[in-house]
Structure formats: structure tokens, C-alpha cells
Ligand binder design. Structure first.
Ligand code: UT7
Length: 313
């Protein structure tokens, strides 16, 4: 869906969207496709790239705010469709920070020695909860999925997981939410009539928080790990707004040629942004074995997360 397509739906312009967000187009899933379908495709590609099979997976962490259903969890649906017979799993809801939180969790499952292969999938079908009459939100989001497989590295190599800083500021809950559909406001004719099953956002509040906190925790993580910004080969931030990414990179001290930006082609795919961008970095040769990678995200909650990884293959 291009900016020109959106010009036909709401009072907006390609120029406004490009200048304020950096987005040119986003992908929209076919009507018969749900989050688990995209998640399965991403997982299959990931397992194939690692030369392993679903039967070897020990756990699936499915990061999403757009599950197929409240229950069963999308992790269960994906476990079945993939044929990951030996895997347990669960859905992780932390909005745009979900994937970073999922990676942090997987790193600890594998680091403890109790798990050998943990699939972390970021998948969101945002088009199902976006109000295409609200120009303030509908231009921002797209659908997409990606996956990482977290495994123990060789004993004689430095650890792949360097560290994390994950933070919640629950006082920001009102700034970005889908008001209805849960136990606070169950679905009713009124909630549908009032369009309360769609994303509502105070864009400026989210923008200010994102720039400040994503920058702060990234700096704290880099310093706390005994590193400097110069050690970061590539920063892969959550793709919500190109201006947020530029402001954060500036605060951390990482030049834009070491920051991956692909928001122009996908928009904000929520849990999908970081794995999709990482896949592009690999495909384009921007990520090599041994490179130090900073992943950073901010999302509804507010949730904020940063991870440092040493790329292992
Ligand atoms: O992953 C976390 C999820 N969300 C985010 O990270 C979003 C963070 N926020 C943002 O990215 C930005 O705040 C937005 C892109 C949402 C908005 O950009 P902004 O520069 O903060 O614009 P604004 O909300 O201050 O609005 C400026 C003007 C307003 O008009 P007036 O009051 O100045 O006449 C809006 O009504 O732009 C208007 N506007 C639009 N105009 C054309 C808002 N949306 C649109 C639109 N097209 N789509």
C-alpha cells in the first residue's frame, strides 16, 4: 500500500508522510492471512537458513499484539503448523518492544543450558487493528514477520548475547492503546460504533518518549558492557519513524551509515521491524560473523528495550 493509495482513503499527502515519517509504502496481508501464517513462513525461512528442522526446536516465543485469537496462543498455532513437536511456547505482548523482549528471554533460556534452540518470531498484522479513516495512525503501520533462532555458540568463541536493558514505564499506557476488546471494555455494539477496536495514539507523546528513553537505555547498555558507540558495527532500531531513528542514533553517537533504516518500504510492522531489518542486513552483506549489533525498540506500555549481540554466523 503506497502513500498514493492512502491519499485516496484519507486527507493526507505523499509529501507529508515522507517528510514526517520516512515511509513510502507498507505491505498489507491478504484478507485470508492471519499472524500465524506470516509467522510460519518466517520461521520456515529461518530454520532453513540455519539448516535445521522444526522438530529440533525446544521453544517458540511469538511476539505480537495481533494474535490470531486471544487463545489459543499464536505460539500454539505456529507450533502445530510448523510441526515443532517438541517445542513449548507462548505469546509475548510488549507492542513494538516485543521482539527485543523475546530475544532477551530466549538468550536466558539458552544461556541457562536448559534449551538448545529457541525460535523468536516477531509477527504483526497491524492492518487488522488500524482505522483507515484516521490519518494520524493509518499511514504509519504495515504487516510483516521475521524470525531468529537462538542457539548456544561454540565454547571457544565469545558469547553471542552481550547484554540487555529493558524498561517499562506503565504511566504511558494512555498514549498508545487499543481501548476495547479486553476485559476492561469487552466488545459490544457501542465499542464497534465508537471505533474502539482500533489503535489510538498521541503521536507527539510517543515521539518524545521514544527519542529520550531509547537513546538513554542504549547509551547505558553500551557503557555498562564496557563498549563505546564505535564498537557498534550496526544499529538495528525499531522502525516507527525515520526522525525518531535519526535522533536516537545521534544521541547514542552512531553515524547513520551504521544504522539500518528500511521504514520507507515497510512502515511500522510492530514486532516485525527488527527481524525483517536484520534479514535485509544479512542479505546485503551488512552483517558479518563477529559484528556487534545494537537492537533497540520502544512501544506501547510504554515498553523500551535494547540488546547487544555479537553476530554468530
Ligand atoms: O512504535 C511506536 C509507535 N508509534 C510511534 O513511534 C509514533 C511516534 N510519533 C510519530 O511518529 C509522529 O508524532 C507522527 C508521525 C505520528 C506525527 O508527526 P508529528 O510531526 O508529530 O505531527 P503532529 O501530530 O504534530 O501533527 C502535525 C499536523 C497536524 O495538523 P495541525 O493541527 O498542525 O493543523 C495534524 O492534524 O499534521 C496533521 N496530520 C496529518 N497531515 C497529513 C496528522 N497526520 C497527518 C497525515 N497527513 N497523515
Amino acid at each position: 500500500m503506497t502513500n498514493q493509495d492512502l491519499e485516496k482513503l484519507v486527507d493526507t499527502s505523499n509529501e507529508w508522510i515522507l517528510e514526517r515519517t520516512g515511509i513510502r509504502e507498507r505491505h498489507i496481508a491478504d484478507p485470508d492471512m492471519a499472524t500465524s501464517d506470516m509467522a510460519v513462513e518466517a520461521a520456515k525461512n529461518c530454520l532453513e537458513a540455519r539448516g535445521t528442522t522444526a522438530a529440533d526446536v525446544d521453544a517458540i516465543i511469538l511476539c505480537t499484539v495481533t494474535p490470531d485469537h486471544f487463545f489459543p496462543s499464536t505460539a500454539c498455532l505456529v507450533q502445530d503448523k510448523l510441526g515443532a513437536k517438541h517445542a513449548w511456547g507462548f505469546d509475548l505482548i510488549a507492542a513494538c518492544s516485543s521482539f527485543v523482549y523475546g530475544l532477551t528471554t530466549a538468550a536466558h533460556l539458552v544461556g541457562s543450558g536448559s534449551h538448545r534452540k529457541v525460535l523468536v518470531i516477531g509477527a504483526d498484522t497491524m492492518s487488522r487493528i488500524i482505522d483507515y479513516t484516521d490519518r494520524a495512525t493509518c499511514v504509519l503501520f504495515g504487516d510483516g514477520a521475521g524470525a531468529f533462532l537462538i542457539e548456544p555458540g561454540p565454547e571457544d568463541e565469545p558469547p553471542g548475547f552481550i547484554g540487555f536493558r529493558n524498561v517499562v514505564d506503565g504511566s504511558g499506557g494512555e498514549a498508545l492503546k487499543m481501548p476495547a476488546g479486553g476485559s476492561r471494555m469487552p466488545p459490544s455494539h457501542e465499542t464497534v460504533d465508537q471505533r474502539l477496536h482500533f489503535v489510538k495514539q498521541d503521536g507527539q507523546a510517543v515521539f518524545k518518549f521514544a527519542v529520550r528513553r531509547m537513546g538513554e537505555i542504549s547509551v547505558d547498555l553500551i557503557k555498562g558492557s564496557g563498549l563505546t558507540a564505535d564498537d557498534i558495527k550496526l544499529m538495528i532500531p525499531h522502525q516507527a519513524n525515520k526522525r525518531i531513528i535519526q535522533a536516537c542514533a545521534d544521541r547514542i553517537g552512531i553515524p547513520m551509515d551504521r544504522v539500518l533504516v528500511n521504514i520507507d518500504r515497510y512502515g511500522n510492522t510492530t514486532a516485525g521491524t527488527i527481524p525483517i531489518a536484520t534479514w535485509e542486513a544479512l542479505r546485503d552483506g551488512r552483517l558479518q560473523k563477529g559484528d556487534i549489533l545494537l537492537l533497540a525498540a520502544v512501544g506501547a506500555g510504554f515498553t523500551v528495550g535494547a540488546n547487544l549481540w555479537r553476530w554468530a554466523y
